[in-house]
Design a protein around this ligand. Structure first.
Ligand code: AVI
Length: 331
């Protein structure tokens, strides 16, 4: 079953749809701030998707392999927490993508005879239709409801579709791409939609040796640099802009005190860029802040759970102890 919020009525005047207008507005607003900023959610055009696939395969980028290790090798631990309640449930995944990790859990739950439906949520209808075909072929007995749209809105929809308890997953360390303040707000918003007893499973990248973290975002092959710079190429293509990408460079920083790993683009010259009918001035060495990848300690995770209406039930860790999938129960 497919459910979503998009329709032809989303089209606006001048042939530009709402999302393109929003993109233009957010880019111009971000570049008028000090320091300048661009939102990392815009990394993912088709070129950005390809570069992110390459990042995940890069030797320095450990996050994906660590979480895959948990889903492949600690599947029974994950399933035990979910099944300990004994009742039927809906497994809701925020930003399911191609569900590379979740399939291990789904298969294990099916093998155990668990009574559940899978409800993947994704902003991309295309990704959901590919996922739908893949899972139908791989797990014909799996009940699925595909939810196309924004996470929180679709979580509300999932709540209204069935009264079964919910197990919500937010994997990949995506919570790290929110500032700690935004991450807390997001967890509160998830909690507001859930019922007591519902579970929330979040993937956190842990604070660790600073060099290991920094290298993950500064790979030798320069893929992360291209991923960051591709945002300027996307703005050129979609917003009629003229960034000279050669005149910007990727810069990464990690602060082991706060756990904030941040990506920037640095202007290598004083320059003016045109975006549609607007002009943006850059000083030499001026920065654009493009992404935070926040790292957490176990204590940070505990504090966040308690501050957002959850109780931490269990932490599942990879064999290196670098990444945690943390189970929280709504109280
Ligand atoms: C998607 N997200 C969890 C990635 C991260 O690690 O912050 C995005 C990424 N940015 C650069 N490399 C990977």
């Amino acid at each position: 079953m497919y459910l979503g919020t998009k329709s032809a009525s989303g089209q606006a005047v001048n042939g530009q749809d709402d999302s393109s207008q929003k993109f233009r507005m957010e880019v111009l607003n971000g570049l008028s701030r000090s320091p300048k900023r661009l939102d990392s959610k815009y990394f993912y055009d088709s070129e950005g998707d390809k570069l992110f696939q390459q990042i995940m395969a890069a030797p320095e980028y450990y996050l994906t392999r660590c979480e895959l290790d948990i889903f492949q090798n600690k599947t029974a631990d994950l399933a035990d927490v979910i099944l300990s309640d004994g009742s039927s449930f809906d497994l809701v995944e925020l930003g399911a993508g191609d569900a590379t990790k979740s399939v291990y859990l789904l298969q294990h739950l099916l093998d155990k005879g668990a009574d559940f439906s899978y409800m993947p949520i994704d902003i991309s209808g295309n990704i959901l239709s590919v996922l739908n075909e893949k899972l139908k072929a791989q797990m014909p007995k799996l009940g699925m409801v595909m939810l196309e749209g924004e996470y929180l809105q679709m979580l509300g929809k999932a709540m209204s579709l069935s009264k079964r308890r919910k197990v919500v997953m937010f994997l990949g360390g995506n919570i790290g791409n929110m500032s700690p303040v935004d991450a807390k707000r997001f967890c509160l918003q998830v909690r507001e939609r859930l019922e007591p007893g519902d579970l929330f499973l979040i993937g956190f990248d842990l604070k660790k040796r600073p060099e290991t973290i920094l290298n993950a975002y500064n790979d030798k092959a320069g893929i992360t640099a291209e991923f960051n710079l591709n945002l300027l190429r996307r703005i050129n293509k979609e917003l009629d802009a003229n960034f000279d990408v050669q005149q910007f460079e990727h810069y990464e920083s990690y602060d082991p005190e706060t756990g904030a790993c941040k990506s920037y683009l640095v202007s290598l010259a004083a320059q003016q860029v045109t975006i549609g009918s607007s002009n943006v001035q850059f000083d030499k060495d001026e920065i654009i802040f493009t992404e935070i990848s926040q790292k957490y300690s176990k204590a940070d995770i505990n504090t966040m759970a308690a501050a957002t209406g959850f109780e931490l039930v269990q932490n599942c860790t990879d064999s290196k102890g670098w990444f945690i999938d943390s189970f929280w129960k709504a109280v």
